[in-house]
Design a protein around this ligand. Sequence first.
Ligand code: ADP
Ligand code: MG
Length: 339
Amino acid sequence: MNKIQVLDQVTIDKIAAGEVIERPASVVKELAENAIDAGATSVTIEIKEGGISYIRIADNGCGIAREEVPSAFLRHSTSKIRSVDDLVHIGSLGFRGEALSSIAAVSQVELVTKTKADTFGTSYRIAGGKEESLDDAGAPDGTTFLIRQLFYNTPARRKFLKTPMTEASHVGELVTRLALSHPEISFQFINNGQSKIHTSGNGNLKDVIYHVYGREIAANLLAVDYERTGMKITGYLGKPLISRGNRNFENYFINGRYVKSNMIAKAIEDAYKDFTMQHKYPFVVLQMEIDGEHIDVNVHPTKMELRFNNQQDVYSSVYEAVDRGLHAEELIPHVEIPK
Ligand code: ADP
Ligand code: MG
């Protein structure tokens, strides 16, 4: 009864997968972030049935060399850091080396990838953590992942998935945030054969906002351009008249990463306080660049939560950036144009 045993790798990976992979949108997040890290300029995300039965993510990034494909699926295998010291200067979205092993533990994965240096591409299949095949494949430079039957071998998890429509809307929100955080990358999102989002990748954040949120919002923006030592904040603030009934339109990114922070939300809302009615939340898209030594991204497996060394500094910078942005229009002297 009390015999203590180390779990086998497949079981370990299945359990660990639960921390990173909660639903189809988490698969899309991990794979799209890998595409971004791979230097892709174009990422196509296609789902069917909310992503539960089918997710396809194709990028034109650097690809994975044939001999490295199987090791990419090992737990804690990464090309992005070598030691914890690298975390301070982390320039990539990934670094924990957990996504591919987690996804492969709870779904059926097909990968086709090719680097510039390889003449042939590689096709690789792995399902439920078990390698099935590795072959030559004709393929363009880049990587395409096909994920089928998420949680097919973990029914308890599958049971917690919502309807395909709800899951698809989570994926849509995620792609929106990816597109906003990387205007220089063209993102396409296809749901059940229908193209829902397709950004140009021309680098213009306002164009992305126009594309995903529409004309009314894009026509009512104020620019933010703020800098102080160790911190830079750029992006757009919605004029108070387009404030919304919930926080879904508060988008802020730190070093290209979508994050959630009560402190940042409070700084934004405090700065808007004189402008918005109670229970209304502003529309914002803010890109913050903060020196690596001031933040710790390695707090949680999904990396959505951060730890700041100096909360007060970040709070006051965000507050100031938003406050100045909101007042900028009044600062322009009003000139009567003679008839
Ligand atoms: P991490 O992103 O934390 O390094 P992952 O499990 O997500 O860990 O990926 C493991 C490794 O596989 C990455 O470090 C990278 O070298 C490689 N990889 C994964 N996806 C791609 C991709 N789309 N293009 C190129 N390389 C990739
Ligand atoms: Mg990754």
